[in-house]
Design a protein around this ligand. Structure first.
Ligand SMILES: *Cc1c(COP(=O)(O)O)cnc(C)c1O
Length: 370
């Protein structure tokens, strides 16, 4: 006799599908017998610059300590972040990627009978961390592909503990301004923790994208999450952080794994925080690439959703899956977003100029074949 261990999983978990990551280069190379160095991957919002030499040097130096546990309190990195973000050390929570921060929030604040509110087309990790602990996911229809903040507000009830909002949102790239955020925060009931996911904030410097940190002092129910995976170029190392009141940080710290961020990641992130040049270069590259892709889409007669991230969703005006497959055969990996309720779109990460060109040429070719 053996139990049905799918049916035995708690109901929220049974209803989940595993997170679908971008297709790895080596996998496509194996499948199509292609040279991996000829494959262009614009599928996971990774930084096309490659790692900063300063980061690589910091990691090399840390290698000698590999037999030791990392600093479980991440003192050096927390100190740098506290200074940079103008908060106290005890307001910073470090995570194994910012996904870890989202998960800590779920574990600490959600449970069966409680719910989390988030938008349609929102980041796929929100339902995972919500349903993993048996809480209900309240998915609110999007407006013009973006978060409908008033509707999300209206969906909050006595059992709501968390609202997840991403600004800009992934995969849509949509965003809201400071006034909309402030109006929202003012009306959110005090018992609800607002998780403002700012995974792409570094790309938006100098734009009308609000800085969540400006709202921390006024709203004790706000948690801002950020990451080293995107603009800082450390996706593989898994480092993210949360900024909140000391009380919320203390709660998250209670459920955190003791050594959730490894020592190479800590050393790399410390070097990355100080590397303004790398960020600046990444921003320039992103702006230029965004224009390059939009110009290419215009020439192909395609629409797109305006984006403040390092990615853009192109509207193919038809089911996108065959075009995605056609692009794979051309050695170009992008991201289908049908599982986000967007069957006619593909999400393209902004790459190096030559990678963007390769993608646009491949897209033109695949579309011409019809
Ligand atoms: C990429 C991304 C993250 C970051 O994930 P990490 O775990 O830090 O790599 C978080 N939120 C959104 C919306 C993202 O797109």
């Amino acid at each position: 006799m053996s139990g049905n261990f799918l049916a035995l999983a708690q109901p929220g978990v049974q209803q989940l599908s595993p997170y679908v990551p971008g297709k790895p280069v080596d996998e496509l190379a194996r499948e199509l017998n292609l040279d991996p160095s000829r494959i262009v991957k614009l599928a996971s919002n990774e930084n096309p610059l490659g790692p900063s030499p300063k980061v690589l040097a910091a990691i090399r130096e840390e290698l000698a300590e590999l037999t030791r546990y990392p600093d479980g309190n991440g003192f050096a990195l927390k100190s740098l972040l506290a200074e940079k973000c103008q908060v106290e050390l005890n307001q910073v929570t470090l995570g194994n990627g910012s996904n870890d921060i989202l998960e800590l929030v779920g574990r600490a604040y959600l449970a069966p009978g409680l719910n989390a509110v988030f938008s349609e087309h929102a980041f796929a990790v929100y339902p995972i961390v919500t349903q993993a602990v048996g809480a209900d996911a309240r998915v609110i229809p999007a407006k013009d592909w973006g978060h409908d903040l008033p509707a999300m507000l209206a969906a909050i009830d006595a059992q709501t503990r968390v609202v997840f909002i991403a600004n800009p949102n992934n995969p849509t790239g949509t965003w809201f301004d400071a006034q909309a955020l402030d109006d929202f925060l003012q009306d959110v009931p005090e018992h609800v923790l607002v998780v403002l996911d700012e995974a792409y904030i570094e790309y938006a410097e100098g734009s009308d994208l609000p800085d969540g940190l400006d709202f921390l002092a006024a709203y004790p129910n706000l948690l801002v999450s950020r990451t080293f995976s995107k603009a800082y170029g450390l996706a593989s190392l898994r480092v993210g952080y949360g900024l909140s009141t000391a009380v919320v940080a203390d709660v998250l710290n209670r459920v955190r794994q003791p050594f959730n961020v490894n020592s190479l990641a800590l050393a790399a992130a410390c070097a990355a925080v100080k590397d303004e040049e790398y960020l600046e270069e990444g921003r320039r590259l992103n702006e230029a690439g965004m224009l390059q892709l939009q110009e290419g889409f215009r020439e192909l007669g395609l629409g797109w959703i305006p984006s403040k991230g390092n990615f853009i969703c192109v509207d193919l005006g038809q089911v996108a899956a065959p075009v995605f497959q056609g692009l794979l055969r051309e050695g170009v990996i992008v991201r289908p977003v049908a599982n986000y309720g967007m069957p006619n779109h593909l999400r393209i990460t902004i790459g190096l100029p030559a990678e963007n060109s390769r993608f646009l040429e491949a897209l033109a070719k695949v579309l011409a074949r019809g």
